[in-house]
Design a protein. Structure first.
Length: 178
């Protein structure tokens, strides 16, 4: 865990130092607090969950899934995935992450179950995109159909990648040694 703390401090030092040299970087205390909590929670989650299996594919699957969640939260907070970061519709993405969290608990972080959880998240991600378009979110000045579909497809690809890595990890456990 000390590496998680050190890594978090190192990453947070980047904007802290940049603020000394550029007026374009202007983080508040709450920005540092949010980033610190998000980065350390992401690192801690990876450390704890990756211990479930020692296979490389499992650890890559966990890393891909957790990193995807991290970047979804970061992007949503910074600029918003649909419209701007102030668009209330963007709260639905936290529901997607809740789906993943609850699914992971139900699957007990086992490879086979995680394959289904991450696949469901990819489908739900694209379902959110379709819902956004049906609800007229593409008519906002900050969003278009292409942007909404593209951004959601981007994240869905990483959810699927994680699912495929979990599938590989499940097959590695089932196959008897030669």
């Amino acid at each position: 865990m000390k590496y998680v703390i050190l890594t978090t401090a190192a990453i947070l030092s980047i904007p802290l130092i940049a603020m000394r040299f550029s007026s374009e970087v202007n983080w508040t205390f709450s920005d540092f607090l949010f980033a610190g909590i998000l980065i350390s929670a992401t690192g801690t989650a990876y450390v704890l969950i990756s211990q479930v299996s020692n296979t490389l594919s499992y650890r890559l699957a966990v890393g891909t899934g957790i990193a995807t969640g991290f970047f979804m939260i970061w992007s949503n907070g910074a600029v918003g995935l649909v419209g701007s970061e102030n668009n209330d519709f963007n709260a639905v993405y936290f529901g997607l992450l809740l789906l993943g969290f609850v699914g992971a608990l139900v699957a007990r972080f086992q490879s086979k179950g995680m394959t289904y959880v991450l696949s469901a998240m990819a489908v739900a991600q694209m379902g959110i995109a379709v819902a956004a378009i049906i609800m007229g979110q593409h008519e906002l000045p900050e969003s278009s159909v292409t942007e909404i579909l593209g951004m959601n497809f981007f994240f869905a690809v990483f959810w699927i990648t994680s699912a495929l890595l979990f599938r590989q990890a499940a097959m590695e456990v089932v196959q008897p040694p030669v």
